[in-house]
Design a protein around this ligand. Structure first.
Ligand code: GAL
Length: 389
């Protein structure tokens, strides 16, 4: 028997960062798109900002298996998948693919049900580093947790380090059992759309579930719509003409960052505006997402507008705290944070020094509270240091 080598380190200590083809291109994928997106990942600086995975979503294979094996559609991927993987790797990036726990993928291509071990070996032979694993066409009688356990075990023993990205949309109480399947991230929400309503819905559904994510198994609130501005081949995703405003994309990114979601870009990274680049490559916001302890935030709501205005506070490695202020309302509103509520009473003798993650500078020291006006759908994000008053 071949000696088994342990992975160099456990996979996905912090939320994975990358790009996925689904939001913008859905079924319109091919080798050229993947390779040019890998080029863009490097040329735009996204790779150096921390984005590593280039992930092909649904619709990459033939409609039927050939001799039991998954086969890339030769019209879309004329030189096969290893060729694409090699190209992605040559750019210093990691390569991801997609399959499904059911008999078919959501778009009707073959799924991995009862083929888990064979498919894991196939993915390993192509050089795959990340597998997104969907939940469509699950036989009614099959146990969902068991299907994720199967692929989890198959991937852990396929001879290659492959990040396991479970995608069952929060169904069947996934928060309670997914960590034990070996998954490295788990989709906890239905599909995102390029609209503020969708962003708000997903956030509300995961507030209060912060305790379930953590190192090596992250709560995935779905791919980002930052920078899409209504551009998608999939009219369901582009539900609102023009998508979101730049402010809404900024807030969407801040929420995914502080709520510890993976940061998988969904726009066309070959055509990003400066504002999109600035949002996606903000080093201070990314650092909050990538904090090694992966502690979820707690929520403090604004006393006179608790449904719409709130702060999220996340303890960071080393003693700092990330503090985000969010306004979901349709008019400007105040958020005032009493430091008492986050564990810092006046009697301590300490206050907070706030570093603004958008202005990239320290704005001052505050002793008991900090209050600010926030525009509709906007946010503020600080890195707070506990300092002597
Ligand atoms: C959905 C999944 C999406 C995308 C799509 C592909 O189930 O949530 O992210 O992968 O399937 O058909």
């Amino acid at each position: 028997m071949k000696k088994k080598t342990l992975p160099a380190a456990p996979l996905a200590p912090t939320p994975p960062m990358g790009w996925n083809s689904w939001n913008t291109f859905s079924w319109n994928i091919n080798a050229d798109l993947i390779k040019t997106s890998a080029d863009a990942m490097v040329e735009t600086g996204l790779r150096d900002a921390g984005y590593r995975y280039i992930v092909i979503d649904d619709c990459w294979s033939l409609r039927d298996r050939v001799k039991g094996k998954l086969v890339p559609d030769p019209e879309k991927f004329p030189d096969g998948m290893k060729d694409v993987a090699d190209y992605v790797h040559s750019k210093g990036l990691k390569f991801g693919m997609y399959s499904c726990a059911g008999t078919h993928t959501c778009a009707g291509y073959p799924g991995s049900f009862e083929h888990e071990y064979e498919d894991a070996r196939t993915f390993a032979s192509w050089g795959v580093d990340y597998l997104k694993y969907d939940y469509c066409y699950k036989p009614g009688a099959a146990d969902g947790a068991n299907l994720y356990r199967r692929m989890g075990m198959a991937l852990r023993n396929c001879g290659r380090d492959i990040v396991f990205s479970a995608c069952n949309w929060g169904a069947d109480g996934v928060h309670d059992w997914i960590r034990q399947t070996g998954a490295n991230l788990f989709r906890s929400t239905g599909d995102i759309q390029d609209s503020w309503q969708s962003i708000e819905r997903l956030v509300r559904s995961q507030l209060g579930k912060e305790c379930y994510g953590g190192p090596y198994c992250h709560n995935d609130m779905d791919m980002l719509v930052v920078g899409m501005h209504g551009n998608s081949d999939n009219s369901w995703i582009a539900e609102v003409a023009g998508g979101c405003t730049a402010t809404e994309y900024k807030t969407h990114f801040a929420l995914w960052a502080i709520m510890n979601s993976p940061l998988m870009i969904g726009c066309d990274i070959r055509k990003m505006s400066d504002s999109t680049k600035e949002i996606l490559m903000n080093p201070d916001v990314i650092a909050i997402n990538q904090d090694i302890e992966c502690r979820g935030p707690f929520c403090i709501r604004q006393w006179n507008n608790p449904e719409k205005v709130f702060a999220l506070i996340k303890p960071l490695y080393g003693g700092d705290y990330a503090i985000g202020f969010f306004n979901f309302g349709d008019r400007k509103s105040e958020m005032s944070l009493q430091f008492y509520d986050i564990g810092l009473p006046y009697s301590s003798g300490y206050g907070l020094e706030l570093y603004d993650c958008y202005a990239h500078k320290t704005i001052g020291k505050f002793s008991e509270r900090y209050a600010a006006q926030i525009d509709s759908h906007d946010c503020l994000m600080f890195r707070a240091k506990v300092v002597k008053r």
